[in-house]
Design a protein around this ligand. Sequence first.
Ligand code: SAH
Ligand code: SF4
Length: 375
Amino acid sequence: MHSLFDHEKLEAFRKEHKLQPYRIRQLQNAVFKNHIIDFDEMTNLGKDLRSDLKKEFEIIPFGVKTIKEDDETTKFLFESKDGQVFEAVLMYHKHTDPQTKIEKLNRITLCISSQVWCSVGCIFCVTGKLGLKKNMNRDEILGQVIYANNYIKNKFGKKEDWSRWTVRNIVFMGMGEPLMNYDQIKVTFPFLTSTDYYGLSSKRVTVSTSGIYPGLEAFIKDNPPVSLAFSIHAPNQELREHLVPMGKFYKLDRLMELMDEYVETSGNKVFYEYVMINNENDMPEIAHQTGKLLQNRYAHLNLIPYNQNPAIQLEESTPAAIKKFKDIVESYNVTVTVRQNMGRKEKSACGQLGYDALKESLKKKLETAKAGTEA
Ligand code: SAH
Ligand code: SF4
């Protein structure tokens, strides 16, 4: 099977079947504008063409294992052809009409995975506990967006103004470290941002990284039309490498230089992500250091209350500690927001992805250990 996003294969197919170029445009529009993922539904293509396409091409190169929903999120568990599981999460941002007081859906964000699990090993992240299984390829990454848009189309239909509900923001904040798989994520950008495809603006696609020099250097050099978030979590090297073990090899000083280089070449602000963990990185003196580090930089700080997890012995910062931290950093003239928690119920929140897989693997380990002692 070929990927429908493989231009050369598609062009060869077009020539072989003596199709006009507009047919390819129709195909692309069916997927990227009308959110169709089944060739049989592309009724404007004709039955024979649909059946020829079906024999050679595929749109979604993975299976769907489970879909879990709560009122804030939908979590998809996908399975790749080689039997690896990974997740993507839709987040429904709502807005209450001040007059009618009725809560309505306002925008939809999709959080996608770029690797099957992760090797960075952050002590607060479930995905990090699982270790790295594999880098995902372009079509597995893009397929998550295509599948999610089709799901939204079926779930929500059209808006009041008759335009379609679609994914409005895409964040590479699911499983994995995107800048350890830069070659494959960068080839998804044209599909996400070009007006021939989804046409999302650079502000609406965000790559989040824990800070990997080679990936960052390549990213800065390419200057792709997407935004950058840096998961900093600590303002000094010692604390950072405790929280982000791979930070031993990628030092904070050099990472901050790279952030400055990025701002210089792209003209974009950097979004700093900071997970707030009780008594680990939320103390007032740490807030002062963070303020000093970010002041005079083109930066925005996003505080993420730590999402607790039975598999990890850490606690969320108290609301008072978060408020104090925010106030202190703001006193250095840095803008700060606190991220709204979404998806905790279904373990779909940041750092909770992979929870079921972790539970399974721990259970297996325990059973093996038990069998060992009983033998
Ligand atoms: N590997 C990349 C992107 C995926 S993680 C990165 O680390 O940036 C996406 C975000 O979720 C990161 O900012 C990460 O720090 C945050 N996160 C991980 N575990 C979390 C947890 N338990 N609670 C809250 N946020 C968490
Ligand atoms: Fe990997 Fe990001 Fe989780 Fe750290 S927070 S282990 S980098 S997925």
